[in-house]
Design a protein around this ligand. Structure first.
Ligand code: F6P
Length: 381
């Protein structure tokens, strides 16, 4: 049954992803068309919890004009702003405090009927917990370049990151071949290998290392040497930042803290490059694409997906649907329960046709059995 919504709040949380501004635009326009007032919460939940001027900003047509193609987010974001573990000054120390009750109270006091929470898996978990804490209505909009949000086939930001990584791999071919080197390119993705898999295949990588498939150095070395024996004296390896050697650990740059309770990954490419150099005697180099993958505007695909997600969120709210998360399923935007996605991760399907395609083209995942690569021939099995 249709429901009356008068005033909604929207925020963007976690790492930014190209397409966030497009969501802000479509939510705002779709709401205004129905006579609904839209307010943006600055920097995740900070705008509701801190008494800062401008913490809540009115989003009208002017506020969202000309932003659709821009990267970042006009609201700002935060990845140390979990209201259940909010950094709070106590004496001379900053300690984590549960301020979720305060947040729900302020939300109700401001007269908001619903929250549109744009974020990744962490933001969906927080949105679900806030709902349980008493927030009236929440629709989550999944964003992340990692594409790891459970329940949606795609998140916006991912296509842009894959395009940037693919272009980088394309460019690395000429310099790597000119110097007859091994190049290891590190891409983002946290604990999933979506970006590495797609950019690696599209960019013509010789090996792709993803968290879902622990790798052995022997397997990679065999691949490099197989190429040498065919006269291809250079190799390009793409490593997801969360890739791990068999029985080995994640390569971690920063262990996180009590406010950002996730580790910061990074450095696996350098680690792999050193090992390959030691084992093959070949000159190797590594490079980390890092935040370039998140910077700048969205691709047309991401822009459109973001616009569809945002308009869908408002549509579901006024249609009277329960709280949930918009998701892309079989090319359609649907609403799924928040509890279905919260706390879960969508990993690469190892039996899916993308991984199979890569294997059929002879791309190494680092799990191939010894002797798998027949020198001068095609993969033996
Ligand atoms: O989740 C998006 C992401 O870009 C990951 O791929 C990466 O591990 C992480 O965020 C980096 O976080 P930060 O921007 O805080 O360094």
């Amino acid at each position: 049954m249709p429901r009356t919504i008068r005033k909604i709040a929207i925020n963007t949380g976690g790492g930014d992803a190209p397409g966030l501004n497009a969501v802000l635009r479509s939510v705002t326009l779709a709401a205004i068309e129905r006579g609904i007032e839209v307010w943006g919460i600055k920097h995740g939940y900070r705008g509701l919890l801190e008494d800062e001027p401008g913490g809540l900003v009115r989003l009208d047509r002017d506020a969202v004009r000309g932003i659709m193609h821009l990267g970042g987010t006009i609201l700002g974001t935060a990845n140390r702003g979990d209201p259940f573990h909010y950094p709070t000054q106590e004496g001379d120390k900053v300690v984590p405090k549960d301020r979720s009750g305060e947040l729900v109270e302020r939300f109700r006091r401001e007269g908001f009927d619903a929250l549109v929470a744009v974020g990744g898996d962490g933001s969906m978990r927080i949105a679900n917990a806030l709902l349980e804490r008493g927030l009236p209505l929440v629709v989550g909009v999944p964003k992340t370049i990692d594409n790891d949000v459970y329940g949606t086939e795609l998140t916006f930001g991912f296509d842009t990151a894959v395009s940037i990584a693919t272009e980088a791999i394309d460019r690395l071919h000429s310099t790597t071949e000119a110097h007859e080197r091994v190049m290891v390119v590190e891409v983002m993705g946290r604990h999933t290998g979506w970006i590495a898999l797609r950019s690696g295949i599209a960019g013509g990588a010789d090996a792709i290392l993803i968290p879902e498939i622990p790798f052995s150095y022997e397997s990679i070395v065999q691949k490099v040497l197989q190429r040498e024996s065919r006269g291809r004296r250079f190799s390009i390896l793409v490593a997801a930042e969360g890739a791990c050697p068999k029985g080995g650990d994640l390569t971690v740059r920063d262990a996180g803290d009590e406010f950002r309770r996730v580790v910061v990954l990074g450095g696996v490419a350098e680690r792999v490059a050193k090992e390959i150099a030691a084992r093959t005697g070949k000159e190797t180099r590594s490079m980390v694409l890092g935040h370039l993958q998140r910077g700048g505007g969205p691709t047309t695909f991401d822009r459109l997906l973001a616009l569809r997600f945002g308009a869908g969120a408002v549509r579901f709210l006024v249609q009277g649907c329960e709280s949930g998360m918009v998701a892309l399923r079989c090319h359609r935007v649907e609403l799924i329960p928040l509890a279905e996605t919260a706390g879960r991760t969508k990993t690469v399907d190892l039996d899916g046709d993308t991984v199979t395609t890569a294997r059929e083209m002879g791309i190494c995942f680092g799990d191939e059995a010894p002797g798998h690569f027949a020198p001068g021939g095609t993969a033996a099995s």
